[in-house]
Design a protein around this ligand. Structure first.
Ligand SMILES: Cc1cc2nc3c(=O)[nH]c(=O)nc-3n(C[C@H](O)[C@H](O)[C@H](O)COP(=O)(O)OP(=O)(O)OC[C@H]3O[C@@H](n4cnc5c(N)ncnc54)[C@H](O)[C@@H]3O)c2cc1C
Length: 487
């Protein structure tokens, strides 16, 4: 069994293309597998990439030699650290590894070439060959071949409003670290992590108004790839000096951009598979783009091994991957949404609560309890200190409808029934119930910051512990009260 393969044409020598080429050659050693990569050897954008522990485990099963080389060179840590308002908040149980993108590509290239893949650098390709049994388009988020097939693939994109720039630094970081710096123009946030060889990735983000007010919009980002926006690197190095230990920021084709999320309904046409960033991207704050590209390669190879023809394999490949990639993209959208609004949270929440808000973008306090009980304990203690010693959900609250004795209750279609009061919407009380979870939470936060008391209505879900969710929403500053809607 398995689809017959004589020739495989891979376009793009990034993590997705190289992994697909190596795995397919390993599966069908007699096939001619050729990779065409536009860039010369050793030329790559950006600095490092992060892998979760789960990704590393998946890699260990599919490609043990790559896993071994990666484990050898990657830097691993457990805690994620937030720095703001002169305070540091750490949450453990987030095991991750990172490696310089250049080193990752060198490992993958070596793997592919040792397997017998024919790798051509400086070979841009924007046409499909007619005679390949299988073409793998892995030419990244800016793929021209994807653009041309966009209608057939149902491929669409959205651009984030926030601006980011991907830099490096020799400043030492122990693990994933997020410093936040308020300035006269607005708040800047950075994602920093070590990638080995004495280098760290340093990505800076801010909202568009802050970016413009700081005069960072003058560099022509449309000019040919190459030069970095040196003026921005210098200004950011000054702003983050305290966190950079006096080190400068390093550029590698570093320019401000907006994160573009690509989604596609189909990833294959006839004998052509589209993989990786060409058909799905996920905001870098969830560190999953490289993992998804490599997992696509693994799934494509499995499908080729199991199906009777290439078209049947492509159908199977796409069906097997779409749902899990969509789930990850949804998580990434929630995270991206957080990064679009972090300045308002930074300006309104105490640092400990900002940290809870950050770590509960997609999980609850019960999840955090498993990862790092000390973080949960410290957060509850910080709440108790500001609430006369009360546990979160048992903290009384004076509202326009009376004093509520417990922060969680039920929504009956018109009003929220909470122990001590029945609350209807009014001039200073907002009941937030419409839109997606992310939209509701954003609205609720904003209403709280505008001085309203907020009841957040959540659908009743038998898989969710209501007290856990309610505690998460209140402790993170997203709501004052939570009412579950049984309808
Ligand atoms: C700021 C930032 C930070 C990130 N951080 C992380 C992270 O921490 N963890 C993570 O997992 N992911 C991260 N990502 C995402 C990650 O970089 C991508 O998801 C990943 O590189 C996708 O791999 P790919 O092989 O699909 O595409 P790419 O890595 O983009 O590779 C595509 C390759 O195709 C080549 N190419 C393009 N056009 C042609 C052509 N016409 N002919 C031939 N070759 C061509 C390109 O030169 C490139 O080598 C980050 C992305 C950004 C923007």
């Amino acid at each position: 069994m398995g689809a017959a393969l004589g020739t495989v044409d891979v376009i793009g020598g990034g993590p997705g293309g190289l992994s697909a080429a190596a795995l397919l050659k390993q599966l069908v050693p007699e096939a001619d597998v050729v990779v065409s990569e536009r860039n010369p050897p050793n030329a790559t954008f950006g600095f490092g990439v992060v892998f979760s522990a789960a990704t590393m485990r998946g890699l260990a099963a599919a490609a043990p030699e790559v896993h071994a080389a990666l484990s050898d060179q990657a830097v691993t840590w457990d805690a994620v650290e937030l720095r703001l308002h002169g305070r540091v908040h750490r949450c453990g149980g987030n095991t991750m590894s990172a490696i310089a993108r250049r080193d990752l590509l060198a490992i993958l290239e070596r793997w592919a070439v040792e397997r017998g893949v024919d790798l051509h650098h400086t070979s841009p390709r924007n046409e499909l060959a007619d005679d390949a049994d299988l073409t793998v388009v892995a030419s990244g988020a800016r793929s021209e071949l994807r653009d041309r097939a966009a209608e057939e693939l149902g491929a669409t994109w959205t651009d984030a409003d926030a601006r980011f720039i991907w830099c490096g630094t020799e400043a030492p970081f122990d693990g994933l670290t997020f410093p936040f710096v308020p300035t006269e123009w607005g708040v800047f946030g950075a994602h920093a992590y070590p990638i080995g060889r004495g280098l760290s990735t340093f990505i800076v983000e801010c909202d568009v108004d802050t970016w413009r007010a700081a005069g960072l919009d003058v560099f022509d980002a449309d000019q040919a790839p190459g030069p970095s926006d040196e003026a921005s690197l210098r200004l950011l190095a000054d702003l983050f000096a305290e966190h950079l230990d006096g080190h400068p920021l390093l550029g590698n084709n570093s320019r401000w951009g907006r994160f573009r999320t690509w989604r596609a309904r189909r990833w294959a046409t006839d004998r052509v598979a589209f993989i990786g960033d060409a058909v799905h991207t996920a905001h870098f704050s969830v560190g999953s783009g490289t993992k998804m590209a490599m997992e696509d390669a693994i799934a494509l190879t499995q499908a080729i091994a199991e199906a009777e023809s290439v078209p049947a394999a492509l159908e199977r490949f796409q069906e097997g991957r779409l749902a899990s990639v969509e789930r990850l993209q949804d998580l990434a959208t929630t995270s991206l949404d957080w990064w679009e609004h972090f300045a308002v949270l930074h300006d309104h929440l105490p640092s400990w609560q900002f940290a809870v808000n950050f770590f509960t973008r997609s999980v609850t306090m019960a999840n955090l309890q498993q990862r790092d009980p000390g973080f949960v304990e410290a957060s509850r203690r910080a709440w108790a200190e500001g609430s006369g010693g009360h546990a979160v959900l048992d903290t009384p609250l004076d509202t326009p409808g009376g004093t509520v004795h417990r922060r969680v209750g039920r929504f009956d279609g018109t009003a929220a029934e909470l122990p001590g009061a029945r609350l209807e919407e009014g001039p200073t009380l907002r009941i937030v119930r419409d839109g997606s979870a992310a939209q509701r939470r954003r609205l609720a936060e904003q209403a709280r910051f505008d001085g309203e008391t907020v009841v957040l209505v959540e659908p009743t879900d038998p898989t969710v512990d209501p007290d856990d969710l309610a505690e998460t929403l209140v402790l993170s500053g997203r709501a004052d009260l939570v009412a579950f809607d049984p309808s």
